[in-house]
Design a binder for this molecule. Structure first.
Ligand code: TYC
Length: 117
């Protein structure tokens, strides 16, 4: 939600109807900016998706180095779930869709979800 505040620097004079100079009104509108909510993108473990495929997903979609990707994959493999990254809603949603599309293409059951951080 953004809140608008009017900062009125001048007020129109009701009686300004004569021949004299027009009285101007200067009004500034400030839109308050809000930091976007952030979302964790999670990978879920399963028994069938190859480890190498998960590592490649983490490299290609989440821009992890090989070592980071292996560490995240092993964490998911061992604990059941793990964080791939934290993003704004639109970026998180896109990454979840990209993982889902690649997993389907390769017929792996890999699941990827997002949650508010
Ligand atoms: N558990 C899988 C295996 O042993 C590997 C794996 C890791 C699968 C992470 C999914 O999100 C995942 N081949």
């Amino acid at each position: 939600m953004s809140e608008r505040k009017n900062i009125i620097a001048g007020d129109k004079n009701d009686h300004d109807e004569g021949d004299g100079p027009q009285i101007g009104v200067v009004e500034k509108t400030r839109t308050r900016t809000r930091r976007p909510s952030m979302y964790r993108v999670l990978l879920i473990n399963d028994d069938y998706t190859p480890m190498e495929f998960v590592v490649e997903i983490l490299e290609q979609i989440f821009h992890k180095t090989r070592d980071e990707a292996v560490a995240v994959m092993l964490n998911v493999h061992q604990s059941g779930v793990g964080v791939c990254g934290v993003y704004s809603f639109d970026v998180a949603e896109t990454k979840v869709a990209q993982v889902d599309a690649l997993a389907r293409q390769h017929e792996h059951p890999l699941q990827c979800t997002m949650e508010k951080a």
